[in-house]
Design a protein around this ligand. Structure first.
Ligand SMILES: Cc1cc2nc3c(=O)[nH]c(=O)nc-3n(C[C@H](O)[C@H](O)[C@H](O)COP(=O)(O)OP(=O)(O)OC[C@H]3O[C@@H](n4cnc5c(N)ncnc54)[C@H](O)[C@@H]3O)c2cc1C
Length: 364
């Protein structure tokens, strides 16, 4: 039987980033059910960094992560992970309000026409958020896994937690392949499966709900789109960004409740995306080049959950990263690591109150 201090369940961005933070201080194992660590939500994102996204509390984690994502330490990566493109929150009437501290400026119709050639007349103005950037998600995720391993951690793919029981301060974990592992702490970083993993460990679920989101790659009859800003509706009904010279990534901003699964796009959501896109620009649509879907998982208050369970000793939550799990990952991992190790927080997160994200907020 292999013995660890911490077993992290889930090798997506949440598990990988926390593993990178703690592996030099605790004997750490990441177990991932799939053959690849980024197979689910982490490998399916829209890959943007947008400080205003998710509201003021999430913005604290995103802003705290920004500098590291732009210029990580040399031992972590020789390159930054961000490429600036800016975001236009477009509106037919009023401009949206952004969380405090997020840089933005108003754009009126003449400038909007230059920034989005062919934008339809009813879109009268926009708020430009210049700090919005693309994230190189694959490189970031790989760097977290590499950092975890080089600090002494182990990553085991094809290893699904089946059940776990706690006795005498230790968890005995049954893996689906029949093997058994032992650890003092289980970290639940299982994304859409977080509640199922809790139940499999006889821990009460918190109500982490997976919601499907659809992405479509469209080829259109206009070129020069690669650096088009991210464009989103201030009312939250679509977003798109330039991908290649004549292609965009588009989402209908859908949020369909589902069981945890290998999510796939539905025709109706692709059609809705295209319909909404056509209401924004007059560009002809040549074809759907590809489409995919992934699960964004939310706690009831749509804030992430970091911390030890209120009732189950040795069970640590790292879940509910919604649509912001990539852009918040550096700060979230530092905050979670401080809680897990019972240490003072890193300077990156010292001004963030961890109680905001504690699982104890759901205890009556
Ligand atoms: C369409 C879409 C667009 C998005 N766009 C953005 C964006 O632009 N920016 C941003 O920051 N975020 C974005 N997100 C959100 C982001 O992708 C997620 O918040 C993040 O990937 C969640 O990471 P995770 O590690 O919690 O989940 P996952 O990546 O899903 O990892 C959880 C892992 O746990 C594993 N697992 C489950 N059960 C078990 C078990 N019993 N045993 C072992 N392993 C198990 C799963 O196989 C899975 O690999 C988007 C998401 C979607 C779907």
């Amino acid at each position: 039987m292999s013995d660890f201090d911490v077993i992290i369940v889930g090798g997506g961005i949440a598990g990988a980033s926390l593993g990178a933070e703690i592996a030099d201080k605790r004997r750490t194992l990441i177990i991932e059910a799939e053959d690849q660590c980024g197979y689910h939500s982490t490998g399916r994102s829209a890959a943007f960094y947008l400080e205003s996204y998710g509201g003021p509390e999430v913005a604290k984690l995103t802003s705290a992560s920004g500098r590291f994502l732009a210029a990580p330490t040399a031992d972590f990566s020789a390159h930054g992970f961000l490429r600036r493109r800016g975001d236009l929150h477009i509106s037919r009437d009023e401009l949206p309000e952004l969380p405090p501290g997020v840089e933005s400026r108003a754009v009126e119709r003449p400038e909007l026409e230059q920034l989005i050639p062919g934008v339809r007349p009813e879109w009268r103005r926009a708020l430009l958020e210049p700090g919005c950037a693309d994230i190189d998600v694959a490189a970031l995720h790989a760097a977290f896994l590499r950092a975890c391993r080089s600090a002494g951690g182990t990553v085991r793919t094809g290893s699904r937690l089946d059940s776990a029981r706690r006795k005498d301060g230790r968890w005995t974990v049954q893996i689906e392949d029949g093997s058994t592992l032992v650890a003092a702490v289980i970290v639940n970083a299982a994304g859409a499966w977080a509640d199922l993993v809790a139940t499999a460990c006889s821990v009460a679920p918190l109500g982490i709900a997976p919601k499907r989101r659809t992405m479509v790659q469209l080829r259109v009859g206009r070129s020069g789109l690669r650096n088009l800003p991210l464009v989103d509706d201030a009312k939250g009904t679509f977003y798109f960004k330039g991908e290649g010279d004549r292609t965009v990534w588009l989402s209908p901003h859908d949020e369909i409740a589902t069981d945890p699964c290998d999510a796939a796009p539905e025709e109706i959501d692709i059609a809705t995306a295209i319909d909404r896109f056509e209401s924004v620009v007059d560009w002809s649509i040549e074809r759907v080049e590809r489409s995919w879907a992934g699960l964004r998982s939310f706690a009831r208050d749509r804030l992430p959950v970091y911390g030890f369970d209120a009732h189950a000793p040795g069970f640590f939550w790292c879940a509910g990263q919604g649509g912001f799990g990539i852009q918040t990952s550096p700060a979230a991992a530092k905050l979670a690591a401080a809680l897990l190790l019972d240490q003072a927080p890193d300077a990156m997160v010292e001004l963030i109150d961890p109680a905001l994200f504690s699982p104890r907020r759901f205890s009556s």
